[in-house]
Design a protein around this ligand. Structure first.
Ligand code: ARG
Length: 607
């Protein structure tokens, strides 16, 4: 409906300019051309859209708004392209309600049936200039820390980040999916020192020791660090050696990273996530340049020996501006310095950088202040051109059923692998129960495939379907339920609807032409209107980075479909209603599939 809305917007603007040439000219000269204020209708009985632009003109024109609306509608009526598209009605004090003509909507349905993108344009289509490469969008997500626990927060970042990347890719942006792993912190000093003593072979030969649980070694090292001074000193020296490029330290570091990387990759494979690793260490050579730049820009201040930039508009308890520290008093750099170097690199034109014009960071809301500070400093340093968007996409905490931080029964941190295993096991148990109830028998390969797909989908969907800003309660029971706004419900809807479409497909060949489609029932129109929202929903997610909007849409669509299917015969209807309704089934199944795909959820043929 987005394209139709754009066409309508243009027609309304033209009509306003013709109805009120002087006012329009003045408005253009002032740089704020008359705006029809086109928006989706607030209620279905008002039609598809409403234009409220007549009301604010009442004062400057000295006319009642209804009269203004009338003049606009008269101009619209004189535009044959408009008359073919829409039916206008003036309502209330001067709103223009617009109802799309049925033939136009039917044509839209036919066009979508014949289009694998279901009518969603790419950014290049919109610009109408295929030749120009699409702007680069960086999505910085997942980003766990080497040797440290990869926790549910990283899982959320991974799932949400992947969905945003999929939506942006589908819209035709050149997306760089970056895994900003923490591979350069002080943890390596402790870890290397500890391993040198307890498992030296691990630092020299790959796979010499079973390092499967690097996290356990890290925990031991951390415990020693906290109460052994000599260990602390050696660890610090070890970090300096590593950052100074000592070949032995670098080799040990490389092996440790490799080990973690393999663990992470197993999870990404299970979740079907593509990521390019570009960890913090990548930016190491660029850190001194960041400090030099900030100095040159006159932003760097020395505070107790530390190099910092005082933030504008951010003050501490004492009312003094808060600093963003970029160089510690011992000369070392930190998380913020690395993020500044990363921004600089990502925004710099290729080949010296990524040439990005939008950078999206998916992390927990706890890092909001960090990103606000880093973005502000980057802007003040002059690294951020005016059209560039730097966006932090924060999300809330993952809580257990009890509303507290998610933990195992024994009180430990939940391992992500265990969490996914449990989702799949429960999905399998549910499936076996259902098969027994329905007296169906299926082979083990089928059961394994369905259980894996449903289990993983449930975890992803539960995360994506809540507004990411709020904390989210993790509940296997809720996410695996076959009813409600869940993955199993939607996956089941796809199977059922695609099945209906298939059943009726025998006599048909290819998508029907618009002329063959006829719709008469309100339930059909309600479904068509819902189907036609897809492009607007995707554009909204692209803009606002809220995957839950797409989830709500898919859920709503399947409900509108159910109403249609309950109340209107499909397979038993006479032609041409039968084929026309089957076409709606096909388009609904296709829309659900496409939407779930953008959420990172593959669909099933049967379940
Ligand atoms: N490694 C960080 C963490 O575990 C997340 C990194 C996010 N990305 C960034 N550019 N700072 O919290």
């Amino acid at each position: 409906m987005l394209r139709l809305a754009q066409i309508l917007d243009g027609q309304l603007r033209g009509a306003m300019a013709r109805a009120f040439p002087e006012a329009a000219a003045v408005a253009v000269a002032e740089g704020r051309p008359l705006d029809p204020q086109l928006a989706p209708a607030s209620k279905p009985e008002f039609g598809d859209f409403q234009a409220n632009g007549a009301l604010p003109l009442a004062k400057p024109l000295g006319q009642p708004p209804r009269q203004i609306a009338q003049a606009i509608v008269e101009q619209l009526a004189a535009d044959p392209a408009f008359a073919e598209l829409c039916l206008p009605v003036i309502a209330g004090p001067g709103f223009i309600n617009l109802t799309l003509r049925p033939e136009r909507m039917t044509a839209e349905v036919a066009a979508r049936l014949a289009d694998p993108r279901l009518g969603v344009p790419t950014v290049a289509d919109e610009r109408g200039e295929q030749e120009v490469p699409s702007p680069v969008v960086v999505v910085d997500f997942s980003s766990p820390n080497i040797a440290k626990e990869m926790h549910v927060g990283h899982l959320r970042s991974t799932i949400i980040g992947d969905c945003l990347a999929r939506v942006l890719e589908f819209r035709g942006h050149a997306v760089l999916r970056l895994n900003h792993v923490g591979d350069w912190g002080t943890q390596f000093g402790m870890l290397i020192t500890h391993l040198k003593q307890v498992a030296p072979a691990a630092l020299e030969t790959a796979d010499a020791v079973d390092l499967g649980d690097l996290v356990a070694f890290y925990r031991q090292a951390k415990a020693r660090f906290d109460d052994d001074e000599a260990f602390q000193t050696t660890s610090r020296e070890e970090v300096v050696k590593l950052q100074g490029g000592d070949p032995l330290s670098l080799r040990a570091w490389g092996l440790l990273c490799e080990q973690s990387r393999r663990e992470f990759q197993r999870l990404y494979d299970r979740l079907d996530i593509q990521l390019s690793e570009r960890g913090e260490s990548f930016y190491n050579p660029y850190l001194p340049g960041v400090v030099d730049d900030l100095k040159a820009a006159g932003l760097l201040v020395s505070d107790d020996g530390a190099g910092c930039v005082f933030l504008e508009g951010v003050s501490g308890k004492d009312g003094k501006p808060l600093p963003l520290i970029v160089q510690k008093s011992d000369g070392g750099f930190n998380y913020a310095t690395t993020d500044l170097a990363a921004i600089r690199y990502r925004l710099a034109a290729a080949p010296a950088g990524d040439g990005a014009n939008r950078v999206i960071y998916v992390t927990d809301a706890g890092q909001s202040a960090h990103f606000a500070g880093v973005f502000q400093v980057a802007r003040r340093a002059g690294w951020v051109a005016s059209q560039v968007r730097l966006e932090h996409v924060p999300f809330g905490l993952v809580q257990g059923d009890d509303g507290k931080k998610l933990k195992t029964r024994a009180g430990d941190t939940v391992r992500l692998k265990d969490l996914l295993d449990e989702a799949v096991e429960r999905a399998e148990a549910d499936l076996r129960r259902r098969l027994a109830e329905e007296g169906r028998s299926e082979d083990e390969a089928f059961i394994a495939h369905v259980a894996t797909t449903v289990g993983i989908a449930a975890v992803k969907y539960a995360d994506l379907s809540t507004n990411r800003i709020t904390n989210y309660q993790f509940s296997f029971d809720r996410m695996l339920a076959l009813s409600g706004n869940t993955a199993p419900y939607l996956l089941y809807a796809v199977v059922r609807i695609a099945g209906i479409a298939r059943k009726g497909a025998d006599a048909e060949a290819g998508p029907p032409p618009a002329a063959a489609l006829t719709y008469t029932e309100p339930q059909e129109w309600a479904l068509i209107r819902e189907l036609l929202k897809l492009d607007a929903v995707i554009a909204e997610v692209e803009e606002e980075l809220l995957p839950n909007r797409l989830c709500s849409y898919l859920f709503e669509l399947s409900q509108v479909f159910n109403r249609f299917y309950d109340q209107v015969p499909v397979l038993k209807a006479d032609e041409p209603a039968r084929s026309s309704r089957l076409a709606l089934c096909r388009l609904t199944a296709g829309t659900l599939k496409l939407g779930l795909g953008l959420l990172g959820i593959p669909t099933l043929e049967r379940m």
